[in-house]
Write a protein that binds this ligand. Structure first.
Ligand code: COA
Ligand code: AMP
Length: 625
């Protein structure tokens, strides 16, 4: 029963997670389960030793799963389907690990991976894990400046990149983006390993750049390097409220235990089944549910290089499910909204045999009730909203199908997952009652697999998450818990927005706009969008004397954001205004601006400098179509 399991996880975390840890192959089995001696820096399995790659590959080959397909690469954009067995994936990973080792990569070294959705991205991640090196995958849609920020923070010894990505029918060359990033970055890697794709040949910098294929031709296979459970497996940068992203650290032991547990208990997916997370390896969903969790479980994972629509049509997802016998699909609600927009009657779905599909999990943004009903009516299977974050690495609130299927309440991601003591607090830290909306927090300790800290920045870890309410992790989301214990997450309460399932910082966009010579000051807020959930909207105040055509200026600003953050930011509209609403101390009232755009009621704060500005903003918003 869910309630018993949940209670036990909070009352006896040591017993609960020690049991879950039995599913992992340890080099040295942990005797210490939860180390709570230095809050808020909790550590799991601190005296345990293991290798994550061994658990994802070698152990399955040893257990007789070698000829099972580990990874299906399905790429409508290159018209390729490739099936790689556990034995083959292990060979490729061990060889590439040997290649990386020959370039000097060892335990604790960082390797940045800037790759499209090709098997080599997964091979590179697992090869790092094999060596005890720390990978940091940067989403291919990020522009050079964002990549450079991550290079400077992670200080990689080696960068692994693909020559290009393919966006539907457009080839996006990655290598020039990498080269520009390295021109901006202070830190320089020793080497860059480039995987040349036939769609674009990258030019190589002699002495620095190494061809992937040549590297593995001469490499010797590398064995797994034993690491401590609390040694970092990866760093994944995610948007915070400032322009500088946060380097979320993931450890090896807690991560392996939690993800393996989640596959059986949350997703109800078991060894040998085909599991598909239609995300990107550059996001946390890709890390956890394209790569690690399915492979730790001995599943077949699908790596899909395509879109929900346009590659070639809104039947793309159904084709993949039926071709590969997918039993559980995980994607962002925006993908379903995109399919629904092009095929509202669901005619494409009816063309395929979807009988293998037992469940659909959605996350990345709130699952709006309309999309929930459309998907569940169309598919007639369990449609599960679950809420989590890069920081947690796995679900915080979910309908745990493997424990006990709960009645769905559309709009809610159901109940807290075992291990997470989710509560709602008001601004002063008082616990709120059923139905009262406030800040969503998790009482410490967080369970295994969640972030132990931020890369080289314990202070920011404490400031961002742990200091507002000592003893609680601040999620950054707002919401409420109803009288039945169902959690409703309503959206971020900070300056983070979710655009088509991509997490972005409005602060980072503001920093770009503020760089324009004609912009005196600016604000970027998230507004509702039917397809993408949210999109950014910019407001710019011009310098005195700057007499600019608004549409020309908008084009320049939009281009700057595309060049410096990436097209994924999807900033398309910037309104030129005379002033921004501010408090007397100069703080921009972004929350009120959001309410004005949404047409919601708001209270004019007593600290406002000049309330007339709100009318000016409302007037300019009316020009939006
Ligand atoms: N590399 C380079 N550019 C990329 C990119 C990548 N990996 N991913 C996206 N982009 C570009 C797109 O080409 C597009 O560029 P454009 O403005 O020049 O057309 C821009 O970034 C915005 O892309 P996207 O957010 O994908 O919007 P879209 O309008 O092309 O497609 C959806 C809309 C809903 C189909 C698409 O956003 C989608 O599939 N979303 C799901 C995302 C997801 O799975 N997130 C993971 C969370 S679990
Ligand atoms: P990311 O770190 O990219 O996974 O983004 C995390 C943020 O996405 C969360 O803080 C939420 O704001 C939002 N989010 C993710 N899943 C959900 C969900 N199921 N319901 C509501 N919001 C979600």
């Amino acid at each position: 029963m869910y309630s018993d399991t949940y209670l036990r996880s909070l009352e006896d975390p040591n017993g609960f997670w020690a049991e879950a840890a039995e599913a992992i192959d340890w080099v040295k089995k942990p005797r210490s389960i939860l180390d709570d001696s230095n809050p808020p820096f909790y550590r799991w399995f601190s005296d345990g030793e293991l290798n994550t790659c061994h658990n994802a590959l070698d152990r399955h080959v040893a257990d007789g799963r070698g000829s099972q397909v580990a990874l299906i690469y399905d790429s409508p954009v290159t018209d390729t389907v490739e099936k790689i067995t556990y034995v083959e994936l292990l060979e490729r990973v061990a060889l590439f690990a040997g290649g990386l080792r020959s370039l000097g990569v060892g335990k604790g070294d960082r390797v940045i991976i800037y790759m499209p959705m090709i098997p080599e991205a997964v091979v590179a991640m697992l090869a790092c894990a094999r060596l005890g090196a720390i990978h940091s995958v940067v989403f291919g849609g990020f522009a050079p400046k964002e990549l450079a920020i991550r290079i400077d923070d992670a200080e990689p010894k080696v960068i692994v990149a693909g020559s290009c990505g393919i966006e539907v029918d457009r080839v996006i060359e990655y290598k020039p983006l990498l080269d520009s990033a390295l021109e901006i970055a202070r830190h320089q890697p020793d080497r860059c390993v480039i995987f040349q794709r036939p769609q674009a040949a990258a030019s190589m910098v002699p002495g620095r750049d190494v061809d992937w294929k040549q590297l593995v031709e001469t490499a010797e296979v590398a064995d797994c390097v034993t690491v401590g459970a609390t040694d970092p497996l990866y760093i994944l940068y995610t948007s915070g409220t400032t322009a500088i992203p946060k380097g979320v650290v993931r450890d090896n032991g807690g991560h392996a235990v939690a993800l393996r547990w989640s596959m059986s208990n949350i997703y109800d997916v078991h060894p040998g089944e085909v599991y598909w997370a239609a995300s990107d390896v550059g996001w946390v969903v890709g890390h956890s549910y394209i790569v690690y969790a399915p492979l730790l479980t001995g599943c077949t994972t699908v790596l899909y290089e395509g879109k929900p629509v346009g590659t070639p049509d809104p039947g793309a997802f159904w084709r993949v499910i039926s071709d590969h016998g997918v039993s559980s699909l995980f994607c962002a609600p925006t993908a379903f909204r995109a399919i629904k927009r092009e095929d509202p009657e669901g005619n494409y779905a009816r063309k395929y045999d979807l009988s293998s599909l037992r469940s659909l999990f959605l996350a990345g943004e709130r699952l709006d009730p309309d999309t929930y009903h459309w998907a569940s009516d169309l598919l007639g299977i369990r449609v599960i909203d679950h809420w989590w974050q890069t920081e947690s690495g796995w679900a915080i609130v979910a309908n745990c199908l493997g424990i006990e299927e709960m009645v769905v309440k559309p709009g809610s991601s159901s109940k807290p997952v075992p291990g997470y003591d989710v509560q709602i607090l008001d601004g002063e830290g008082n616990r709120l009652g059923a139905g009262e909306e406030g800040l969503v927090v998790v009482k410490l300790p967080l369970p295994p697999g969640t972030l132990p800290t931020l890369w080289h920045d314990d202070d920011r870890f404490v400031d961002s998450y742990m200091s507002t309410f000592p003893g609680y992790y601040l999620t950054g989301d707002g919401g409420y818990i109803d009288e039945d214990g169902y959690v409703f997450v309503m959206g971020r309460v900070d300056d983070v927005i979710n655009v088509a399932g991509h997490r972005l910082s409005t602060g980072a966009m503001e920093a770009v706009l503020a760089d324009h010579p004609d912009v005196a000051e600016c604000a970027v807020i998230g507004i509702a969008d039917e397809l993408k959930g949210q999109v950014p909207l910019g407001f710019a105040v011009l310098n005195a004397g700057a007499d600019r055509d608004a549409s020309e200026l908008q084009d320049e600003l939009v281009q700057m954001v595309r060049d410096q953050i990436g097209a994924v930011a999807s900033l398309k509209r910037i309104l030129v205004v005379k002033r921004l609403p501010k408090t007397r101390s100069g703080k921009i009232l972004r929350r009120i601006m959001r309410s004005i755009v949404a047409g919601e009621e708001y209270q004019v704060p007593s600290t406002i400098d000049d309330p007339i500005v709100l009318d000016e903003i409302a007037g300019s918003v009316q020009t939006l179509e």
